[in-house]
Design a protein around this ligand. Structure first.
Ligand code: PLP
Length: 448
C-alpha cells in the first residue's frame, strides 16, 4: 500500500497538508534540538491496530479484557528500558514529557510543598516550576539559574536549597549546552533531604550511548521524553534508580498510582510498542555511533560558528546543542534571526541567553541542535557549510533593531517580514540549502 493512499482518498485537505509537511522536512535543515526523524518501524507501530485497545492498569492487572498481547508489549518496553538505562523500575505509560513530570510531583509532593528547578529563562523546562506552568502554581517553586558565563550556578543551588528545604529538586534542561553536574546536585539534595529527579528528555540518547554521564547513580528518579535524541515516538518514561528505591521502597507503587489513575486513563498502546522498538534500535552499535556523531557534529557546528564570528554561550558545547548569543548585534535579535533563517530553509528557535538584555518574548539568542541533521547522515563538513549559511543570513539582516515601544515593534517586524521576501542573499542561500538537503534523502520509502 502506498504511504498515505487511504488519507489521500478520504481527506484530500489533510493529505495535501501532510504532503507539504513531508516536503518541508525533506528540503529544510532541521536544527531544533528537541526534534528528530524517527524510523519507519516506529511510525508503522504508531499507525497500527494497537491504537484500538483500552488497557487501563498495568500488565497482569488490567481493568479490561483482551490484554494478553498488550501486556507482553508493555513488559518488553519496560525490560528494554531497564537494561538500557540500568534502572530498577520503569513506567512507560506517560503520554508525554510534561505529564510525566507532573506525575513525579504528584507522587512525592502535596499542593503547596516547596520544589526547586532551573528557571525557563536559564534553560530549564516549564514543568520545573515556571510560573505560567501548573507546576509553578500548585507548588511553592524556587528557581535557580545560570551564571553570566552560562554554567549552572551551583553556589546558588546550594544556598537556595539550604534556605528553602525543598521536597523535590529537578536537574535537567532544554537549553543547556554543558554536562549536567549530577554528582554536585546529589550532594546538595542529600544534605537537605530532598528527592532528586533528573529530567534527561534532551540527552537520553546521549546517556545510553555513553556520550553524556548518566544520572542513574546520583538521583532517585529519572524522567525522559522518547522523541528527542532517543529518536522514538512522542511519549515519555519515568524511571526509579537503586538509590531511589533504597530511600523509599514505596516509590514504584507511588509512581504507578500517580500515572494511573492519578493523572491518566488508558495508556497509548501503539506508542508503547513504538517505544519498545526505539529502545531496541537504541541498544545497537549503530545507535552508539549515531549519538557520538550527534556530539561531534554539535562541536563542529560550534567551532565553525565561532570562526564566523558568532558568539556562543559557554564558547562551545558538550552535548547536541549550541546556543548563540546575538545581543552584540542588537538585544532581541533572536527574533529576526529565527525568521530570516526560516526563510532560508534553516529551522531553529529563538532563545534567551544568560544576562538577557531583551525579554523572553523577544530574546537575543538562537538555539540549535544536531540530532535531526545527524539522523539524515550529515557529518562535520556539512556542519561547516551550515554555519557559513547561518552567518551569511545573519549578516544580511544585521541592521535590524528591535524598537522600544510595543506598537513600533509589531510594525517593524511586519515590515521586516516583507523585506525578507525581497532579500536576494536569502534567496540564494535557500537555493544552496535545497541542494544540500537533496543530497541527504529523507524517508525515500514514502512515495506520494
Ligand atoms: C521536551 C521536554 C519536556 C516536555 O516534553 P513534552 O513531550 O513536550 O511535554 C520536559 N522536560 C524537558 C527537559 C524537555 O526537554
Amino acid at each position: 500500500m502506498d504511504w498515505l493512499s487511504e488519507v489521500k482518498e478520504q481527506d484530500g485537505e489533510i493529505f495535501s497538508l501532510m504532503k507539504n509537511e513531508l516536503d518541508r522536512q525533506r528540503s529544510s535543515i532541521e536544527l531544533i534540538p528537541s526534534e528528530n526523524f524517527t524510523s519507519s518501524a516506529v511510525m508503522q507501530a504508531m499507525g497500527s491496530v494497537l491504537t484500538n485497545k483500552y488497557s487501563e492498569g498495568y500488565p497482569g492487572k488490567r481493568y479490561y479484557g483482551g490484554n494478553e498481547f498488550i501486556d507482553e508489549i508493555e513488559k518488553l518496553a519496560i525490560s528494554r528500558a531497564k537494561s538500557l538505562f540500568k534502572v530498577e523500575y520503569v513506567n512507560v505509560q506517560p503520554y508525554s514529557g510534561s505529564p510525566a513530570n507532573m506525575e513525579v510531583y504528584l507522587s512525592l509532593c502535596s499542593a503547596g510543598d516547596v520544589v526547586m528547578g532551573q528557571s525557563l529563562t536559564s534553560g530549564g523546562h516549564l514543568t520545573h516550576g515556571w510560573s505560567s506552568s501548573a507546576t509553578g502554581k500548585l507548588f511553592k517553586s524556587i528557581q535557580y539559574g545560570v551564571k553570566i558565563d552560562g554554567y549552572i550556578n551551583l553556589e546558588e543551588v546550594r544556598e537556595l536549597a539550604e534556605k528553602n528545604k525543598p521536597k523535590l529538586i529537578w536537574v535537567g534542561s532544554t537549553a543547556y549546552v554543558r554536562k549536567l553536574p549530577f554528582k554536585e546536585f546529589a550532594e546538595i539534595a542529600d544534605s537537605v533531604g530532598a528527592y532528586l529527579a533528573a529530567d534527561i528528555s534532551h540527552i537520553s540518547g546521549l546517556v545510553i550511548a555513553g556520550v553524556h554521564d548518566s544520572p542513574v547513580n546520583y538521583v532517585d528518579i529519572v524522567t525522559t521524553t522518547t522523541h528527542k535524541t532517543l529518536r522514538g515516538p512522542r511519549g515519555a518514561m519515568i524511571m526509579i534508580t537503586k538509590k531511589g528505591i533504597s530511600k523509599d521502597p514505596e516509590l514504584p507503587s507511588k509512581i504507578d498510582k500517580s500515572v494511573f489513575p492519578g493523572m491518566q486513563g488508558g495508556p497509548h498502546d501503539h506508542i508503547t510498542a513504538a517505544i519498545a522498538i526505539a529502545l531496541k534500535q537504541a541498544s545497537t552499535p549503530e545507535f552508539v555511533s549515531y549519538a557520538k556523531q550527534v556530539v561531534a557534529n554539535a562541536k563542529a557546528l560550534a567551532s565553525s560558528l565561532m570562526e564566523q564570528g558568532i558568539k556562543l554561550v559557554t564558547k562551545g558545547t558538550d552535548n547536541h546543542m549550541v546556543l548563540a548569543d546575538l545581543s552584540d548585534i542588537s538585544p532581541g535579535f533572536g527574533v529576526f534571526a529565527q525568521e530570516a533563517l526560516d526563510k532560508a530553509g534553516i529551522t531553529l528557535n529563538k532563545n534567551t541567553v544568560p544576562g538577557e538584555r531583551s525579554s523572553p518574548f523577544y530574546p537575543s539568542g538562537i538555539r540549535m541542535g544536531t540530532p535531526a541533521v545527524t539522523s539524515r547522515g550529515m557529518k562535520e563538513s556539512e556542519m561547516k557549510e551550515i554555519a557559513i549559511y547561518i552567518a551569511q543570513v545573519l549578516s544580511s539582516i544585521k541592521e535590524n533593531k528591535l524598537p522600544e515601544s510595543k506598537e513600533e515593534r509589531l510594525a517593524h517586524i511586519k515590515q521586516f517580514r516583507e523585506h525578507l521576501n525581497e532579500n536576494d542573499e536569502i534567496k540564494k542561500i535557500r537555493q544552496s540549502v535545497n541542494e544540500l538537503t537533496s543530497k541527504f534523502p529523507l524517508y525515500s520509502n514514502m512515495e506520494l
